[in-house]
Design a protein around this ligand. Sequence first.
Ligand SMILES: Cc1ncc(COP(=O)(O)O)c(C=O)c1O
Length: 385
Amino acid sequence: MSLFNVYPLNPIAITKAAGSRVWDDKGQEYLDMYGGHAVISIGHTHPHWVKRIEDQLHAIAFYSNSVIMPIQDELAKALNDISGKKDFQLFLCNSGAEANENALKLASFHTGRKKIVAFKKSFHGRTSLAVAATDNPSIVAPVNETNNIIFLPLNDIEALETCFASNGSEIAAVIIEGIQGVAGIHEASDAFLQAIRKVCDAHGAIYIADSVQCGYGRSGQFFAHDHAGVNADIYSMAKGMGNGFPIGGILIAPHIQAKFGMLGTTFGGNPLACAAALAVIEVMQKDNLIKAAQEKGAYLINALKNTEGVKAVRGRGLMIGFEMEIGLEDVRKVLLNDLKIFTGEAKPNVVRLLPALTISMEEINLFLTGLNKAIQLQLLKQKKD
Ligand SMILES: Cc1ncc(COP(=O)(O)O)c(C=O)c1O
């Protein structure tokens, strides 16, 4: 049997990892500035995370959501503390798409409405509503096409207000990434997020903060949306939440009421996933990783802005995107193949950095040295050609 061929693969088999380093099956070491697509928050195979999961495995790995699971309450309390979202409620699931799917569905249940406002270039996942609210027709199957999504330009307050002025009574929710990831690292402005809060309040709609990629401390605040100083009604979370153990969830404002059967899942909130998520929060708190993301990110962004050949540096904390000057577009390939450094990308020409929040200053400097070398190699090649 072959694998269903949907991923364009790097011809590298990663078989071992620790912190911000990974190794291939031939023993070659790589620096991981990609964090397995923003998933690795406290570093690969962090010892506390491994032990927490191992201990849980010996106690109980799974039971259904038909019984009390104290570890879910423990996680809710830890999330309350670290996020500062007092009295919010927690619903657990298994992935980012599922988190957004549940958030959108809940907004519709709560308001009794059908329309969703989303933004140009957004990515919210691949389940049916999440993908419909994703601005990429090539991944929307005919069955997922719907007239219920209104796409507006990002950071255009006038367009947002005009849309609500004419459709306000039909809109269930506005869903927005604090920093668009797949689109190539584009921040929602503070003023725009404040305007969303305002129109949602005025029209009884739900503000959904998609924090799947930009959340969990990566931006230097627990949720990237927090930089704007206003609360959302629902926060969706996944990637960094389990440091690679699959888990997702939504934080739900106290005014949204649960009803039996409204949402549900078999695997969501299983004890193993909760143990992994608790380990992540414990390490984040003990090592002050949100502040670390802020400080290391500021250093990295500043260094990139002063690197010859690099342009359009964007992002916050350790969620960074930059473009290369014309002729240097192959720098990502050189970084990987010649200098053994993993980075992420966004089409057409953005290099994305999403390292673990535990990355050291030495490793950041190693990356910067590597980037400079890659640029020099590219320039040399240009001269020869
Ligand atoms: C902002 C955002 N939302 C949702 C998702 C979907 O998450 P998942 O792949 O876990 O379903 C992603 C994944 O990249 C994302 O970046």
